[in-house]
Structure formats: C-alpha cells, structure tokens
Design a protein around this ligand. Structure first.
Ligand code: FMN
Length: 202
C-alpha cells in the first residue's frame, strides 16, 4: 500500500460536517499494521495545535510513539495493571496478550497529555477542555485523511508507571492514548440520541 495516499480520494477536502458526522472510533485491534507516513501524523498534530485555549495556554502535549516505543509504553501499562505484589503482568497472562496486541497493531500510539498552566486565572477544567478539543481536531483530521483513530483512557492510562515512562511532571498528566492507523474494517455506523434531547432553548 502507498502509505502517502489517503484511503479516501477526497482526502483532507472532506466537508467539515461530513468529517464530524463520519468520524468514528475504530479499536486499535481493528486497524491495519500497514505503516502510516510520518507526514500524515504531523498533519494531525498540526490540526490539534489549532485548538482554542483560555488565555492562550495551549496546554495539550503529545508523545508520539511508533515501533518499539509503542511496546515500551505497553510495558509501563503492564506494570501499572500488575496484581498487588507483582512487578508486572506476567508472560502468558491474557491481559498482557490483549494489551500487547492493541499496542503492536496500529503503527502510532500518541499519549495525550495536559500540562495545565500555573496561571491562577485558568481553571484545570478549562485546560482539560482545550486538550480534548485538540484531540477532536486530530481525530477529525484523521477521518478526513482516511485514518482511523481511537482515544483509549481509564486505569491503564492514568497510572504512575505510565506517567514516569512519559516523563510527566505534576501537574501534567496523561489523559489517555490516541491510536492511529489505517482502518482494517469498514467504517462503523455511528448512532446518537437526538441532539434536541440535550438542548434547552429559552
Ligand atoms: C475522553 C474519551 C475517552 C475514551 N476512552 C475510551 C476507552 O477507554 N475505551 C473505549 O472503548 N472507548 C473509549 N473512548 C471512545 C468511545 O467509546 C467512543 O468515542 C464512543 O463509543 C462513540 O463512538 P465514536 O467515537 O465512534 O462516535 C473514549 C472517548 C473519549 C472522548
């Protein structure tokens, strides 16, 4: 496969409403192992960087991992998920196997980090909001390029071993991992409850 050619021929020219509507999370295990050109990842990071932030704090940070770096991150996750008294998830443990498959399949894993400003006028939830917007920009840009994305979070991403591995200094913290690769399955259908159910007009 030509890694520089987007899967969708209209590529980044996809209409914004179409990209919003058609953006989907595709699980890392359902992505292809095919390489993705680094230039495409740089386009995603550039899109992320145009997110808004209160006070222009630009609190989003990304650690981009490919090749063995993905598996080194997975090892940090295994240490965080180890049973009490154990150093890591042992070889043969199905949790380790599942995790490794997840990290080894897509060519890129991007750690999503928020580095909140020390400005007392900026609240942490504002910084979280800005960072999430940066990720959404990245995910929409990925969709427009035909690339699959998946934001994975939870216990496996918030642990101390992962933070140390990413060399995070408080108050910076990891908000999850964004997996990127070419989709290995047809784009899933999305569903949403009606927008009107979540809106009050006054
Ligand atoms: C902040 C955030 C964290 C997420 N973490 C997880 C996760 O840990 N595991 C998971 O299966 N999906 C996770 N997702 C993806 C959601 O499951 C997905 O966005 C949702 O099912 C809607 O599907 P769509 O993105 O295709 O519209 C996360 C999404 C966001 C925005």
């Amino acid at each position: 496969m030509d890694v520089t050619t987007p899967v969708i021929d209209h590529g980044a020219r996809m209409d914004i409403f179409e990209a919003i509507r058609l953006r989907r999370s595709i699980k890392p295990e359902r992505m292809k192992t095919d390489p993705v050109d680094r230039g495409l990842i740089e386009q995603l990071l550039e899109a992320a960087n145009w997110a808004p932030s209160h006070g222009q704090t630009e609190p989003w940070r990304f650690v981009v991992m490919s090749g063995d770096a993905r598996l080194e991150l997975a090892e940090a996750v295994c240490r965080d998920l180890a049973d009490p008294g154990q150093p890591t998830l042992p070889a043969g443990d199905p949790r380790r196997e599942k995790l490794m498959e997840k990290f080894r399949t897509p060519p890129y894993v991007i750690a999503i980090v928020v580095a909140p400003s020390t400005n007392p006028k900026i609240f942490e939830h504002e910084e979280l909001a800005s960072t999430a917007m940066a990720v959404q920009n990245m995910h929409l840009a990925a969709r427009a390029l035909g690339l699959a994305g998946f934001w994975s979070s939870g216990k496996k991403t918030f642990g101390p071993e992962v933070a140390q591995h990413l060399e995070l200094e408080a108050p910076a913290r990891c908000l999850g991992f964004f997996f990127v690769g070419w989709p290995g399955v047809p784009w899933p259908e999305g569903t949403r409850r009606p927008a009107g159910d979540k809106v009050t007009w006054r």
